[in-house]
Structure formats: structure tokens, C-alpha cells
Design a protein around this ligand. Structure first.
Ligand SMILES: Nc1ncnc2c1ncn2[C@@H]1O[C@H](COP(=O)(O)OP(=O)(O)O)[C@@H](O)[C@H]1O
Ligand SMILES: [Mg+2]
Length: 351
């Protein structure tokens, strides 16, 4: 197991800077999820860690040792990709044991360790099968098995579940969680799926355009996003954003004052009010500071979302009681939970 320190990591491809100065410390045994939109530099960052790509600037330390210029094989990290890349002509046991074989480990020792890994990953019944005889989830477990058997100091996962269908993804997510509990190996896991990020991470690192927008526990990011980007990226359905202004200490929305929930001493730099769907509720439009038209209602069984057009660029999403039967087309008011408001300035920073 290992602690990992990233210092001033930059990456340029020709004259385009893709990673713009990443400083980050990962504790021994931590499960870190790197999340961000497509193209923000997640895979590049992981490949730099693995040694598959050179950083243009900066250094990487593992357990205090500088490994920046080291070969991938000298870093003690195992990487699992989205495409499983199993050897098609080898059965599961040979696929899992391959790295040990090439390292010259004896046959009896390989058998013992393959059996152990197969038990951990519940692959015991499948050891004689070829990859083509396996389901997607089973193949991904074999790919993980190949990574585990090398007893790495750290795991690097690049969107390992993206190729699986939705229900299998949930299963594999639980498997990966269980595996981390059991082995406690430092893990860096890349995904663009914020549900994977929330459920797996000790800490989430949100990347955008090669920069860290915020790093913290899932609860920290959800409850106190430091900027508009993180506020809107974490959470599903996403946080509602309303343009607003503060005049004479009063919060103005839709050019009407929001009297009830206005916190005292709002700075005049406030430009956006963010409120999560579960911190809004529908109310009598006559009594409300925000009003709009109920355009769509989505009933999901355990929850229900009302979509209200208030004249802002985006339609507001309000979580409502699933037992509530709502007709669309009518005028509704929206109430805000006063202690759950997020304010951002024109630059998108929390105020
Ligand atoms: N080998 C490369 N040469 C040039 N540009 C690249 C190369 N690899 C990645 N990029 C660019 O770097 C950016 C980040 O890519 P990547 O790390 O793959 O993003 P992500 O994994 O977050 O989707 C993208 O704009 C991509 O086009
Ligand atoms: Mg990628």
C-alpha cells in the first residue's frame, strides 16, 4: 500500500495544455475518484500516474520516493481499463496468472495465488473458461483479477464500468467497494459518472479543463460546493441555478424580493442562487417569491420531480411527494429551504 503525492503536474500536447498544475496528496489506503466531463484530462492524469505518459512538468512520489521518470513496471501500480484487453486464447486462470508467469514465478505458487484471487472475485467456477464464454461483468472481474494478483501498491481504474449495462454496473460498483474494504489498497478511480463518484469515493476530485475545481468527501462536495461548476456537476437531478442580485441587502429574483429565506449580510457580489431539488417545494403561487408554470411531472415510484418554468434559462426541478397527483399547465409557487441556499458570484465562486 502506498501514499501518493502529485506536485505541480502539467501536461502539454504540442501547444495545448491539457493538465494545468495539479497538486494533490493521497493517503495510504484512500479511495480517490477523479470525476469530470469528457475531455477534462482524467485519463491523461491517470496515464501520467501509471507512467504511460510523461508529465511536461511536476513530480510524483509514492511513499515519499520520487518515481517521476520511472517505467510503469517500476511503480508498483496496476491499471484496469475500460476495455478489458484479456488474452482471447487463454482461459481465465491463465489470464489472471499471466503476469506472474512472465515474472518467472513457479507453477505451484501461481496456482495458489490464482485460486486466492479467484476466491476474492468469485471467479472460482469460471477458471477454465475463455474470455468469449464470459459476460461483460465477468470479464471485468478477470481484468481486475489480473491487476490484483500483482499485489500492487495502488490501483488505477479508468472508467472500468462504462461498457457494462446499468444493472451490472451497480453490481460491479458494490464489488469494487467490497474489494477495497477487503484489500485496503490505495485506489484512484476515473469516471464521468457522478453516482459512481459519490458511492465509491473516500474523497472526490472534480476536474474541469485540467484543473481541480474541488476535492473533498462526497458530503463536503454535495453540501458545500465551492463553485458553480461543482454545484451543478455533483447531484442528480442537478442543482437549480437562478440568476439573482442583492440590492440594499435584499435578495432579488425575477425582480421580486425573496423575503423569507434571505440570509443576513449577503454580499452585493451575489449573482447566482443555487438550490437543490429536494430543498425546494411547491406552494401557493400567491404566497411565493418564485412562481412559474408546471410543465412536466416525472413519477419514478420512490420519488417524483416537478419541472417548473419560471422564466429562467433552465427549467427548475422540484422534488415532490410521489403520492402527490399533479396536473401540468397550471401556475405554481416555489418555496426554498432557507438554510440550504448556495450563493455564487459572477465568476462562479461561492460567496
Ligand atoms: N495523445 C494525445 N495527443 C493530443 N491530445 C490528446 C492526447 N491525449 C489526449 N488528448 C487531449 O487531451 C484532452 C484530455 O483528454 P483525456 O485525458 O483523454 O480526457 P478524459 O479522460 O477526461 O475524457 C482532450 O482534449 C484530448 O483530446
Ligand atoms: Mg478518459
Amino acid at each position: 500500500m502506498a501514499s501518493i503525492q502529485l506536485q505541480g503536474i502539467e501536461k502539454w500536447f504540442d501547444d495545448t495544455q491539457v493538465i494545468k498544475g495539479i497538486d494533490f496528496d493521497i493517503a495510504d489506503g484512500e479511495f480517490i475518484v477523479l470525476v469530470g466531463p469528457s475531455g477534462c484530462g482524467k485519463s491523461t492524469m491517470l496515464r501520467i500516474l501509471a507512467g504511460l505518459e510523461d508529465a511536461t512538468a511536476g513530480s510524483i512520489r509514492i511513499d515519499g520516493q520520487d518515481i517521476t521518470g520511472k517505467l510503469p513496471s517500476e511503480r508498483g501500480l496496476s491499471m484496469v481499463f475500460q476495455s478489458y484487453a484479456l488474452y482471447p486464447h487463454m482461459n481465465v486462470a491463465s489470464n489472471i496468472g499471466f503476469a506472474l508467469k512472465t515474472a518467472g514465478v513457479g507453477a505451484a505458487e501461481i496456482d495458489r495465488r490464482v485460486a486466492e484471487v479467484a476466491r476474492t472475485l468469485r471467479l472460482e467456477q469460471l477458471l477454465d473458461r475463455l474470455p468469449k464464454q464470459l459476460s461483460g461483468g465477468q470479464r471485468q472481474r478477470v481484468a481486475i483479477g489480473r491487476a490484483i494478483i500483482r499485489e500492487p501498491k495502488g490501483f488505477l481504474f479508468d472508467e472500468p464500468l462504462s461498457n457494462l449495462d446499468a444493472s451490472l454496473r451497480v453490481n460491479m460498483r458494490l464489488e469494487i467497494s467490497r474489494l477495497h474494504e477487503e484489500l485496503g489498497i490505495t485506489t484512484i478511480y476515473v469516471t464521468h459518472d457522478q453516482i459512481e463518484a459519490m458511492t465509491l469515493a473516500d474523497r472526490i476530485v472534480v476536474l474541469d479543463e485540467g484543473m481541480i475545481m474541488q476535492a473533498g468527501t462526497p458530503r463536503e462536495l454535495y453540501n458545500r460546493p465551492l463553485n458553480k461548476f461543482v454545484a451543478e456537476f455533483i447531484g442528480s437531478p442537478k442543482m437549480n441555478m437562478m440568476p439573482c442580485e442583492v440590492k440594499d441587502g435584499r435578495l432579488l429574483l425575477q425582480s421580486s424580493a425573496v423575503d423569507g429565506p434571505t440570509p443576513t449580510a449577503l454580499p452585493s457580489s451575489v449573482a447566482w442562487l443555487g438550490v437543490r431539488p429536494e430543498n425546494m417545494s411547491l406552494c401557493d403561487p400567491e404566497q411565493a417569491a418564485i412562481t412559474g408554470t408546471l410543465v412536466v411531472c416525472e413519477y419514478l415510484g420512490a420519488e417524483q420531480f416537478a419541472y417548473v418554468d419560471c422564466g429562467f434559462d433552465d427549467v427548475m426541478t422540484v422534488r415532490v411527494d410521489p403520492e402527490m397527483q399533479l396536473g401540468t399547465g397550471g401556475k405554481v409557487g416555489i418555496d426554498l429551504q432557507a438554510d440550504r441556499l448556495h450563493f455564487f458570484d459572477q465568476d462562479g465562486n461561492r460567496t
